[in-house]
Design a protein around this ligand. Structure first.
Ligand code: MRU
Length: 349
């Protein structure tokens, strides 16, 4: 089952808020439902949001065409653009969402069928990119650590649930497992919405990987005690200077990895690279408000009347990153390489 797909004229997506207790697909045919599903994290993870953005534009175009009785093509196009902008702004940090919307809109003048073609191409490219990232990342991990098998730490969910299939950083872990090179994985719980506990642990268990869960605050300390040979994270936006936004807690892991002398590897598709954003300080960080911090699963844990600062993401500076792995290249900050200087290579498969 794919995390998100286009079936019979609508979007079908796994409702990730129900996992790990229930594996259910939701059918989405209205823009308002898609925006709500993105905002409540029923569909989440940067590459999956890119596909959701593109398929969302296909949905909008089909709905606008079906409702149009005037035959006014210019007005219909303007309406598709207006609704697409609402979708584009559903969540701010992962550049893939706006990238997916914008790429689908490049086919606007060709009509709804062409927009859907573009969305399906993005879906297929995401599947191929995850395979390529896994192979590049697994080779790099053995090279950088000098270990085989390796022990790896990760945060949030960067698996099949964050993409169409397989994943980015968790896709590297799956590739290591398939190649007999995974000793053990250490996923962090990922406060406050527990993507690590609910989603990554579920995926690791399904793939048959050896793993033990860690609470977020144990990660940096256990790196200093040598529990892992490498840290892998995904990214929501990689700025032109290489600064990388990812789930809150990633920056602390990068600092600790540096202290422990452990490679810190960012794994993300080229669609997450945003050359229009100069540096990490220009990345908008979503704040998800007090409710997610003050309780969980409908149970209040904090006293009434409190406030909270709840950034969903942080930014790891380029100099703390050992390597950025995409489907088309590996960039190594320590050798002076940058996103602007390292050329794209063919996909691996
Ligand atoms: O708030 P989320 O669950 O959408 O955050 C997701 C992450 O931070 C992922 O690490 C990132 O999107 C990369 S997913 C391959």
């Amino acid at each position: 089952m794919r995390t998100i797909d286009w079936i019979d004229g609508g979007i079908e997506l796994i409702d990730q808020t129900l996992l790990p207790h229930r594996l259910e697909q939701r059918r989405v045919t209205e823009l308002t439902d898609l925006i709500s599903d993105i905002q409540r994290l029923a569909v989440r993870g940067a590459p999956a949001l890119g596909v959701a953005g593109a398929m969302g534009v296909a949905l909008i175009a089909a709905n606008v065409a079906a409702a149009d009785t005037s035959g006014d093509a210019a007005a219909a196009r303007a309406e598709v653009v207006r609704q697409s902008l609402l979708l584009r702004e559903a969540r701010p940090t992962a550049v893939n969402l706006s990238w997916g919307v914008d790429r689908a809109l490049t086919r606007l003048d060709e009509g709804a069928a062409a927009i859907l073609d573009e969305a399906l191409a993005i879906r297929d490219e995401d599947i191929a990119a995850c395979i390529s990232m896994g192979l590049r990342g697994a080779d790099l991990t053995r090279e950088l650590t000098g270990k085989d098998p390796v022990r790896v730490m990760t945060i949030c969910n960067t698996g099949g649930l964050a993409t169409v299939e397989r994943g980015t950083a968790l896709g590297v872990i799956q590739t290591l497992l398939e190649q007999g090179s995974l000793a053990e994985a250490f996923p962090l719980e990922t406060r406050p919405l527990l993507q690590g506990v609910r989603l990554t642990a579920w995926e690791l268990q399904r793939m048959g990987a050896p793993f033990r869960l860690l609470i977020d605050s144990a990660g940096p300390f256990l790196l200093s005690r040598g529990i892992a040979d490498a840290v892998f994270i995904g990214a929501d936006r990689i700025a032109a200077n290489g600064d990388s936004a990812n789930k809150i807690g990633s920056f602390s892991l990068a600092l600790a990895a540096k202290h422990a002398g452990v490679p810190f590897i960012v794994v993300a598709p080229e669609s997450t690279v945003d050359m229009a954003t100069a540096s990490g300080s220009d990345i908008e960080i979503e704040d998800r408000g007090v409710a997610e911090v003050a309780g969980f699963g409908g149970v209040r844990t904090a006293p009434e009347g409190i406030e909270a600062v709840n950034p969903a993401f942080d930014v790891t500076p380029y100099e703390l990153i050992t390597a950025i792995v995409t489907e088309r290249r590996v960039i190594r900050p320590g050798t002076g390489e940058t996103l602007a200087t390292v050329p794209l290579e063919p996909l691996r498969s």
